[in-house]
Design a protein around this ligand. Structure first.
Ligand code: UD1
Ligand code: CA
Length: 455
């Protein structure tokens, strides 16, 4: 007996008013359907079957998972018809879990609880939830003993049924043995002219089975996305949930409602994060790291006690311990900083290694550079790494002092303990321990007259 997960994702999502299929709309920078698949994956199913139709090619390209197969529903004739398309992947011995591609945040534990309700004599289990405002959802109709009798869709419901607050989340678990028998006998004689998956409930009851139900612990788990308002609402709720997880691990957040995690953040102890920080990809923050307001960090690793000051942008960078970065610093891909490095305002570093204790404090570009320890780079210094065709390396030794407003034209080497005079354009090796400069001699033109305006 295996577990098969069927995810319904063929619908167009008209109300999104977007050329992107609904299930590819992003939540925390990943497609809605990605979240559904990844949560389903945690149940270790034998197979996940994605039923697709609208934008099928785009969906297939966007999501490639080892355990996932696609099946086509070329015409969207209803949720029951959609599940039928997956029949060839499922045997009578399977348990089938049906999920919706637009309901992304159901917890694996909730799905496990639902599956645990299934056995030979209980072939159908539903995830339901009482909602203060049930408008739009299918209603769970129970008899006097409280047993489920059927699901009635909003558009087919009587006034008395519309008053029911317990709704169908859409998520259900069914034994493969019965599922396709019930689906084969669905009719589309209803308000929407569709083959409703929900009609199998009445069929199970008619066959003498008791339908099992359970509920998720939090409403967020069953919220679906039909338009951009619901999408941003779910994004905010999800972000708040992630912020709470960080705080549970000990992070200090100045405002848990002003942080965005679009990926994964791993933290040590006593990490402080100010407002409006965006994390993308995989981020690691060691003990005592502080992130100032309005920073964006993508795929970075930051060691103990480092302070990233406001308005800094870091991508694919590794930063050592006790560094000071920013405000207004930019670390671009393949930047590696050792401990106690200072990178100040309006400094851009790309594909460069900077050794311990070196400082680049103001208005500089450091690219394709190997920099030693204890170096001081003066304000406005630029490594000219690009000749218009190729990129070249700049090598800077230990304890070098580069005066302000210097251009280091790569390929070029500045040897250990060298000093470069301010305003120099350096094109050849600057030897060890010496002062090197390239500068026109200062002169004063005696008696020079300012031009006068022509009449
Ligand atoms: C469905 C349920 C309703 C439940 C609600 C929960 C039915 C008949 N109704 O209604 O009881 O309260 O979800 O959100 O099932 N899809 C296909 N092929 C189709 C039709 C739909 O793949 O032919 C997919 C859609 O892409 C979507 C999902 O199935 O991901 C649900 O379809 P939707 O039309 O949104 O159903 P609801 O009217 O919301
Ligand atoms: Ca829906």
């Amino acid at each position: 007996m295996g577990l098969k997960v069927v995810i319904l994702a063929a619908g167009k999502g008209t109300r999104m008013r977007s050329s992107l299929p609904k299930v590819l709309q992003p939540l925390a920078a990943k497609p809605l359907l990605w979240h559904v698949i990844h949560r389903a994956e945690q149940l270790q199913p034998e197979q996940i079957i994605g039923v697709i139709g609208h934008g099928a090619e785009l969906v297939k390209q966007a999501l490639v998972e080892p355990n996932l197969v696609w099946c086509m529903q070329t015409e969207q004739l209803g949720t029951g018809h959609a599940v039928q398309q997956a029949e060839s992947f499922i045997t009578a011995h399977d348990q089938v879990l049906i999920l919706y591609g637009d309901v992304p945040l159901t917890q694996p534990e909730t799905l496990e609880m639902l599956l645990s309700l299934l056995d030979e004599s209980h072939p159908l289990a539903l995830l339901t939830i009482p909602l203060a405002n049930p408008t739009g959802y299918g209603r769970i109709v129970r008899n006097l003993e409280g047993r489920v009798e059927q699901i009635v869709e909003q558009k087919d419901a009587s006034d008395a049924q519309l008053a029911i607050q317990e709704v169908n989340t859409g998520i259900m678990a069914v034994q493969g043995q019965q599922l396709f028998g019930w689906l084969a006998h669905l009719s589309n004689d209803n308000a929407q002219g569709e083959y409703y998956l929900t009609d199998i409930i009445a069929k199970a009851v008619a066959d003498g089975f008791q339908v099992q139900t359970c509920s998720p612990s939090d409403e967020i788990e069953v919220l679906g996305v039909n338009n951009k308002v619901q999408l941003q609402d779910l994004e905010r709720q999800y972000q708040y949930q992630q912020a709470c997880l960080l705080m549970e691990q000990g992070a200090t957040l100045i405002d848990a409602r002003r942080i965005d995690i679009r990926g994964q953040v791993e933290i040590g102890q006593d990490v402080e994060i100010d407002v409006n920080v965006v994390f993308e990809g995989q981020v690691k923050l060691a003990d005592g790291v502080k992130i100032g307001a309005n920073c964006v960090l993508k795929d970075v690793e930051i060691a103990q006690g480092t302070h990233i000051k406001p308005f800094s942008h870091l991508e694919q960078a590794k930063v050592g311990a006790a560094c000071q970065i920013g405000p207004y610093a930019r670390l671009r891909p393949d930047t590696e900083l050792a401990d106690q490095v200072h990178i100040g305002n309006f400094v851009e570093v790309k594909k460069s290694c900077i050794a311990q204790g070196s400082k680049v404090n103001h208005l500089s570009y450091i690219g394709d550079t190997q920099m030693g320890a204890g170096v001081n780079i003066g304000a406005g210094t630029i490594t000219c790494n690009y000749d218009g065709v190729n990129k070249h390396q700049t090598i800077i030794g230990d304890r070098v002092f580069v005066g302000s407003d210097t251009q280091l034209v790569a390929p070029v080497t500045i040897e250990d303990d060298a000093t470069i005079g301010a305003g120099s354009t350096i094109t050849k090796t600057a030897p060890q321990g010496e002062l090197t400069l390239s500068r026109a001699k200062q002169l004063t033109i005696k008696g020079w007259q300012k031009p006068v305006k022509k009449s």
